[in-house]
Each structure stands twice: as structure tokens, then as C-alpha cells.
Design a binder for this molecule. Structure first.
Ligand SMILES: C[S@@+](CC[C@H](N)C(=O)[O-])C[C@H]1O[C@@H](n2cnc3c(N)ncnc32)[C@H](O)[C@@H]1O
Length: 327
């Protein structure tokens, strides 16, 4: 589809959304809950009997999401770089998404294994602070490995133009940007400004997305008091104004603030993304909805989607810029 065709699709989707016809534009598909880390804030990994989908199952899920209207997909885990189906790996999953027709494929990794030569259009690496702070949450030595794998990807990784896939209409022909996903919680909030500084100084990292801890069961103790969260959001806005590469929009950040113990965005617009979990179960909204924690949601996407639906110009422009880049 041409860029004009894609823009027309987006405009039509937005018009339908405003007139009450809801369809996902983005899908999040968990391909496995097998992980090589046991992060303190996370409850997605399975310890005993991890579930891993086959490529065929993922293909069917992709087709269903595409038919429902989604054109952007984000693969989640578990750790994607552990995923295998015979001789197939995560790049085969990404290629399948491109073949299905998805315009842009995003992956999120903990960066403990090399991701050189990734076929993704956008790579998110989870960084929950700097050095020991990150290690305290994710395990000893994880920050050093993460740093090294980001450097290797940037300096040694093959570009898309080296790939057979490039130019065949299956994916973009550029090396994907690496951005950082930070989840701010009770253990690392004091490290926020240092992390923003680190990302700004890094020649390998494009931007940072800031999220707050969402209190899924058995991780409640890491949830930040609303006053602290609101104060940190003001700090983030201050840094963004100073030109730090913060992906969240101003409006999206404001929507993440908490008033009377509840986030401003609630779960109102989360239907923009549908979810398929590792066990194959499906939800028209994120797992916060299925776990009944939307009132304390910390995912930046909640605020951003709400701001889009409420026509906040900066979020509309930010979303379009991000989308256009991947068209
Ligand atoms: C579940 S992980 C899976 C991908 C990969 N293994 C990783 O660590 O990035 C995906 C993202 O969810 C975030 N996450 C996990 N638990 C969370 C929570 N309770 N609240 C907010 N984000 C969370 C992680 O920090 C990570 O950035």
C-alpha cells in the first residue's frame, strides 16, 4: 500500500473511532512467557512450565489482528530472543508479520542476548535505571550486558540493506532505531534524572519512553504514591522542555497523573490496542484491564491513547510523526 493509501487508512480509522466504531489499530502479541530474567517488578515470566507459541499459531493470531484492523504490531514476552520453533527465531516471527501486511513491527527485549540483524522496524530495550539500580531490579550484570549489546547492535549489526528481505516490500530498508523503555517504581525513581542524562548522552539510543509501575499481583509494593508519581511527571515535562529525547508527549504525560488515587486516563481509550497473551487468551484491552488495575495504570500508552482520542494536538502530531516514519 502506498503512503497515501496508509494515510487515508489512518484518517478513516480515526474518523470511525470518533464516531464510536471501535477497531484496534495496534496489536500486542505475547509469543512466550519464557524469560532469562526474573525482574522484581514483572509478573509475566513463567518459572516452571513456560508457554511458547508455534510460528503457525502466531501467524494465525497475526491474521486475526490484521483482519480486525490492526496495522502495527508489538511482540512481547517473556524474552523474545529465547523464542524458537525448530530452526525459526524471532526474525522469522517479524518476517511473518510483515508478510501478513503489518506496516510496522516493534519488539521489546531485555537486551541480554545480542539483537544484531534484527528485522524489526523499532526496537525497545528495557532499562530501569543506570548500573547498580538497573541490576537491583533485573539481576547482577544485566546493565553491562545490555550496554554492550546496544553498542554491538549500533556499531556491528547488519543494516536492513544487508538483508535479503529488504526491497521485497516486506519491511523497511533501514536499521531500526533503539529506544529505551523505563518503568519507574519505588526502587529506581531516584535514578530518573540520571537515566534521562544517560540516554541524552548516548550516541546509540534514540529516545526514552517513561512508564510507571503498574501493580500487578505480587508486585504491589513497588507502586509509587500518587504524589511522587505526579511530581516525577512534572520533572519529566521539565526535561522534555529542555530538549531531552523523551518519547512521551506532554499531553500523554499529563494524562498519566493521578487524582484521588485514579489515573486521569482510566482505561477509556485502551481499546486502540488489542492483546493476545502467551496462553492464547485474548483481550480487547491491555492486561491491566484483565487484572483490574487500570485505575493505577502506569503504561505510557494509556495516557497517549487517551490524548489521541481527546484530540490533543501534540499527541496527534507525535503519533503521526512516529507512524509516518514507519510507513
Ligand atoms: C514483560 S517485559 C517483556 C520483554 C522483555 N523480556 C523485557 O524485559 O523487556 C515488557 C516490558 O514490560 C515492562 N513491565 C513489566 N512489568 C511491569 C509492570 N508491573 N508495570 C509496568 N511495566 C512493566 C518491562 O519493564 C518491559 O519493559
Amino acid at each position: 500500500m502506498s503512503i497515501l493509501g496508509k494515510l487515508a487508512y489512518l484518517a478513516q480509522w480515526q474518523f470511525r473511532a470518533w464516531t464510536g466504531r471501535r477497531a484496534p489499530l495496534q496489536s500486542v502479541i505475547f509469543i512466550s512467557d519464557k524469560c532469562n530474567l526474573r525482574c522484581k517488578h514483572c509478573s509475566v515470566y513463567a518459572i516452571d512450565r513456560p508457554r511458547t507459541k508455534t510460528l503457525q499459531q502466531i501467524r494465525e493470531e497475526l491474521e486475526d489482528c490484521y483482519k480486525a484492523g490492526a496495522r502495527f504490531v508489538d511482540f512481547e514476552g517473556g524474552e523474545l530472543y529465547l523464542w524458537r520453533d525448530g530452526d525459526k527465531d524471532i526474525n522469522d516471527v517479524i518476517d511473518t508479520a510483515h508478510e501478513t501486511g503489518f506496516w510496522s513491527v516493534t519488539i521489546t527485549t531485555n537486551g541480554q542476548l545480542p539483537f544484531n540483524g534484527s528485522h524489526a522496524d523499532q526496537i525497545w530495550v528495557s532499562m530501569d535505571g543506570i548500573g547498580d539500580k538497573h541490576d537491583e531490579i533485573r539481576g547482577k550484570g544485566t546493565f553491562k550486558r545490555l550496554e554492550e549489546n546496544i553498542r554491538k547492535y549500533a556499531e556491528e549489526g547488519a543494516t536492513h540493506t544487508d538483508r535479503a528481505i529488504c526491497g521485497q516490500g516486506k519491511g523497511s530498508c533501514r536499521k531500526a532505531d533503539v529506544s529505551v523503555n523505563m518503568v519507574i517504581n519505588k526502587l529506581n525513581y531516584s535514578c530518573l534524572e540520571e537515566t534521562l542524562e544517560y540516554v541524552k548522552q548516548s550516541k546509540y539510543i534514540k529516545s526514552i519512553s517513561l512508564n510507571f509501575h503498574t501493580p500487578f499481583s505480587e508486585t504491589e509494593e513497588l507502586f509509587l504514591e500518587p504524589e511522587t508519581r505526579n511530581r516525577l511527571i512534572d520533572t519529566i515535562i521539565k526535561y522534555k522542555k529542555r530538549g531531552y529525547p523523551i518519547m512521551n508527549t506532554y499531553s500523554g504525560l499529563k494524562m498519566m497523573k493521578m487524582h484521588d488515587g485514579v489515573t486521569a486516563c482510566g482505561n477509556e481509550s485502551c481499546w486502540v490496542t488489542n492483546f493476545i497473551f502467551s496462553d492464547g487468551s485474548r483481550s480487547p484491552k491491555c492486561m491491566g484491564y484483565t487484572h483490574n488495575v487500570c485505575d493505577r495504570c502506569g503504561f505510557s500508552m494509556g495516557g497517549e491513547m487517551y490524548a489521541v482520542m481527546h484530540l490533543r494536538p501534540d499527541t496527534l502530531a507525535g503519533g503521526l510523526k512516529l507512524r509516518l516514519k514507519s510507513l
